[in-house]
Design a protein around this ligand. Structure first.
Ligand SMILES: Cc1ncc(COP(=O)(O)O)c(C=O)c1O
Length: 371
């Protein structure tokens, strides 16, 4: 390597290695080893995955995909066929859809395409942390405005944070980790007023009361992110999309590389939409369990659980959150520790798991909080 190359690469690597990135949590195998448990005993409730679609119903669909696709050749019409189905599902023309390898990847693409150094992105706090990492990675200024104590948007605070350089507004709704959905009139007011792109993350849209997708007809600065990772139970296949007006969707969909999304994910996304009853059943069952989980958490002394419009629940404890987390973890119950959020000192988040998973968590919390 030439001296010049060494110098240049050294500087590049220093900057890249110094970037703050999302730290994935320990795997089930690592946790099992740490606590002397069996991997099969680990109850994973930290990533808001959806286990309500039974494997015995989903695996046959994947087998059909294996039979139908020829993986030896590059994608043919798999993306067009999926877009047709999403178009029916979302009630928007296919030209309003841009596909990606997960909604995180589409989010990163929005930042990369629309923002430049010197510009700023604004959102509220707390919210989904991947947005912050993506913004900072691209050298864009990151601005956060605290939510109100009822988890509503501080509209005046938001407006104050907007500067002529603020060109991206990220609104996660339902919001991770607070689990509530933003008030629709406030979201629309912000889309109307904001002088830049408004990115509404509806990763949990299927569990919520409303979607802003119909607003793409009215606002040319709106992009809505959706995913197959949550209600459709395909987190491992990494499939997501954006819905926006045709011009924005076309720009977002255009990739310099010819075939960004693989045929298995594209075809499985289509199969899940062709069998939409599976998703609807899983969402119905999860919502019923969610209500029971919130009530049961609230019955435990020292725990306050918040309402949820997503597939997870946020709760606050009177005992230190790090201890609660550790006690659960040592029993193989993996939840998310969050700490102080707004005025709530000890916050933790749990996915709405299958009933037997939630029962184990409730038992552990009950025993510990009752001490
Ligand atoms: C708000 C939000 N957006 C996006 C994602 C990630 O979605 P995907 O799997 O499509 O990248 C998550 C995952 O937890 C999330 O909470």
């Amino acid at each position: 390597m030439s001296t010049d190359c060494k110098k240049w690469l050294g500087k590049k690597l220093e900057r890249l290695q110094g970037s703050e990135i999302y730290n994935a949590e320990k795997t089930n195998a690592e946790i099992a080893q740490q606590y002397g448990l069996k991997v099969s005993d680990i109850v994973k409730l930290n990533y808001n995955e959806n286990l309500y679609s039974p494997r015995e119903k989903v695996v046959p669909l994947l087998k059909e995909v294996a039979e139908e696709c020829d993986f030896r050749i590059y994608p043919q019409n798999e993306e067009a066929r999926l877009k047709e189905k999403i178009s029916e599902y979302m009630q928007v023309p296919a030209e309003c859809i841009a596909m990606g390898n997960s909604s995180d990847e589409v989010m990163e693409r929005v930042i990369r395409i629309f923002l430049e150094k010197g510009e700023a992105a604004v959102t509220f706090a707390p919210t989904f942390s991947v947005f912050k990492y993506c913004v900072k990675y691209h050298g864009v200024e990151y601005v956060q405005v605290p939510l109100l104590d009822d988890f509503g948007i501080d509209m005046a605070g938001m407006r104050k944070a907007f500067t002529p350089n603020t060109r991206l507004l990220y609104l996660c709704s339902p919001n991770n980790p607070t689990a509530g959905q933003l008030r629709s009139r406030e979201v629309e007011a912000l889309i109307e007023e904001f002088s830049g792109i408004v990115l509404v993350d509806e990763a949990y849209g299927e569990y919520a009361d409303y979607s802003v997708v119909p607003l793409i007809k009215k606002y040319e600065n709106l992009i809505v992110l959706r995913t197959f990772s949550k209600a459709f139970s395909l987190a491992g296949l990494r499939l997501g999309y954006a819905v926006a007006c045709p011009v924005l969707a076309k720009v977002l969909d255009k990739s310099p590389a010819p075939y960004p999304v693989n045929v298995v994910s594209l075809s499985m996304g289509r199969k899940m939409l062709e069998n939409i009853g599976l998703m609807r059943e899983s969402v119905g069952a999860l919502k019923a369990e969610r209500g029971k989980l919130i009530n049961a958490l609230n019955e435990i002394k020292g725990i306050g659980a918040f309402d949820s419009k997503a597939n997870f629940v946020l709760f606050n404890t009177t005992k230190p959150y790090a201890e609660v987390y550790e006690v659960a973890l040592s029993q193989g119950l993996v939840i998310k520790k969050l700490g102080k959020l707004l005025k709530y000192e000890n916050c933790l988040r749990t996915t709405v798991g299958l009933p037997e998973m939630n029962a184990k968590l409730l038992k552990a919390l009950c025993e510990y909080m009752g001490d």
